[in-house]
Design a protein around this ligand. Sequence first.
Ligand SMILES: NC(=O)c1ccc[n+]([C@@H]2O[C@H](COP(=O)([O-])OP(=O)(O)OC[C@H]3O[C@@H](n4cnc5c(N)ncnc54)[C@H](O)[C@@H]3O)[C@@H](O)[C@H]2O)c1
Length: 454
Amino acid sequence: MMLLAAATSAYHLPSAARAAPPLLLPRAPALMVAHAEAPPLEAAGRGGKGKKVFVLGGDGFCGWPTAVHLSNAGHDVVIIDNLSRRKIDLELGCESLTPISSPEVRVAAWNELSGRNMRFEYMDIAKEYDRFLQMIKEEKPDTMVHFAEQRAAPYSMKSGATKRYTVENNVGASHNAVCAIVESGLDIHLVHLGTMGVYGYGNSGGKIPEGYIDVTLPGGRERNILHPAYPGSVYHATKCLDALLFQFYAKNDQLRITDLHQGIVWGTNTPLTSKDERLCNRFDYDGEYGTVLNRFLMQAACGIPLTVYGTGGQTRAFIHITDTCKCIELAVNNPPVGGERVKILNQVAQTARVRDLAQLIGSMTGAKVQLTANPRAEDAENELEVSNDQFKEMGLDPILLDSAAGLLTEVQEIATKYQHRCDRSKVVSKSFWNKGTAKAAEGKTVDVGAKTVV
Ligand SMILES: NC(=O)c1ccc[n+]([C@@H]2O[C@H](COP(=O)([O-])OP(=O)(O)OC[C@H]3O[C@@H](n4cnc5c(N)ncnc54)[C@H](O)[C@@H]3O)[C@@H](O)[C@H]2O)c1
């Protein structure tokens, strides 16, 4: 019933109405690099226990494998995405290292392989509030998983235009999501992807707790408050603003909200997206969107020195893409109750220092390391210890780098397979945090062997 209604409803637009066409790729029958533990597809429906889940931003790097994972787990998944990430590729003159199919081809391929009925809706949730609300009212999702934001800190710092776009898009999207839930009158659980960057890196002087921190106020009053926000870029600032909006809506309207402060995601495919080349996930390698570990693996595969910013003393939190999917499933299945404060979990497997990662990849591959002036305004060295107790209590046994040689090799094999698609001129970031970092970067790079960096 709902499907038939969707074809003519007010929220449905034909794909021809898009501002820019998706990058349509021919159907590719060859299988991807085989993943060691590809699980069988689960029986559809799980005895009727599946939820209807909107995956906002479900065409992106984290969103696509998560949409497939949730669909495989028996949930009824509808992807909503405005394809802005693909359009930014066009703007930057760069594209995913892996060839990715259009959303229509991906979704059709998944449905063909799984017998499921995933759907895709082209929509900008920051700008098309009325259509979004109408769709929510008609489809009545149980859960909305919200990935739909501009997610690169360097892109957010590139220019006045990208700063403003990032704030308007991210805060607009998040506010529209909570506002539409209230206006729909439905009891929808919102699962939002935040970032570890909201805490600052290593500022609370010890292990970073999950969202809330015990403090002693003047006069000795003890409180447990939202961890102070300490953003390091305009992008990170939008996640702090999101968190404040969620606090308000959870208090004022008893919305059920889970905010997941995620670490840097590495890897490309999951056991499910490895099943068919049409399901292949994106692999960002450029200086603006490529995240550190994936960028190192790609650089090693393409014979480019690993670019380490500053001394490489930055410690960051990491998680593999397969664990991202598992965490979201756990969050979907374990919602807070109405009236509870925002449930905040740290979605991380472990922390690691950037120069240690460079050393690890260098010793695996023989790649050289290049120290470059840091385009970012951040501490040269920091310690970082993070609590991830809540996911562990729910049963997550995360993939750790020490025991992930096979997965690191798998990413490198994918990078090697598609190295002909790499545009070397896009590898170095052209975004500087301020005039000082731009000036400091002028002509400063040092090639060193991997061993001498550590
Ligand atoms: N990738 C990481 O390492 C990482 C780490 C921490 C947190 N996160 C968070 O996870 C989320 C997903 O990240 P990702 O790496 O998949 O990013 P991505 O850019 O690959 O995916 C985001 C998706 O959202 C879509 N989108 C953006 N604005 C939209 C809008 N207004 N309406 C509809 N769709 C919109 C984009 O087209 C894209 O497909 C982001 O919120 C990001 O901040 C990612």
